[in-house]
Design a protein around this ligand. Structure first.
Ligand code: PCA
Length: 214
């Protein structure tokens, strides 16, 4: 199988983004499956075109996108992407769309087709804190997750989804009380996520309670 894995550059005043640092640490293969890496700019305009070109070129079986969720304390497997861009800070182009549809010809929302419950279970087995998230926000990560799933639908037979990761320890030195996770653990987590996604390709996800009351 071929796995396309994407990560963003730093945004919002940060100097680094753990998502792209994780990509740098991953090898080119995992259990004999090819890993294709794609570094994406944290921009609404142009990033989806870069993604589509890479999909056409590499024809992946699985797409896993990574992004930083500053303030979260664990690895979160996103359940859903919604057809809206509503930015609270400017992207790396200075753009700040307000309540814009991502795609006029797309669904209102797409559910992740990665095995999010199995991913959370397998991460916890390795003592990596993880949970299902029911919102990827309305910024560039939701935008790319939405596009991952839009293209998965367009090009067929692709499983796709999004994983948010916390800040790295170096990013929270000036943010007292803020959650973080070491790069080593994040890389280990992403390897588990890739292996789980491969193992579950074409299969139903685990049926396991990971919902929230509110
Ligand atoms: N996180 C942002 C965009 C890029 C990233 O790594 C987000 O959660 O939307």
């Amino acid at each position: 199988m071929k796995i396309l894995i994407t990560g963003f550059d730093a945004f919002g005043g940060e100097k680094i983004n753990p998502a792209s640092l994780i990509l740098n640490k991953l090898g080119d293969e995992i259990d004999g499956h090819r890993l294709e890496k794609l570094f994406l700019p944290t921009k609404f305009v142009g990033s989806a075109d870069i993604l589509e070109k890479k999909i056409i070129k590499t024809r992946p079986d699985i797409i896993i996108s990574l992004g930083q969720a500053g303030g979260r304390t664990d690895i979160t497997a996103e359940r859903v992407a919604i057809n809206i861009a509503d930015a609270s800070i400017a992207d790396n182009d200075g753009k700040m769309p307000i309540d814009e549809k991502i795609r006029w010809d797309g669904e209102n929302a797409y559910f992740s087709t990665l095995p999010i419950k199995a991913i959370v279970e397998n991460l916890r087995k390795e003592e990596i804190p993880a949970s299902v998230s029911n919102s990827a926000g309305t910024y560039v990560c939701n935008f790319i997750m939405y596009n991952d799933l839009y293209f998965a639908d367009k090009y067929k037979n692709i499983s796709a989804g999004f994983i948010h990761v916390p800040y790295l320890p170096a990013q929270v030195l000036d943010k007292r009380g803020m959650g973080s996770m070491s790069l080593e653990n994040m890389v280990k987590a992403v390897e588990i996520i890739i292996k789980t996604s491969i193992a579950y390709k074409g299969k139903e996800d685990l049926a396991k309670a990971e919902g929230r009351i509110c």
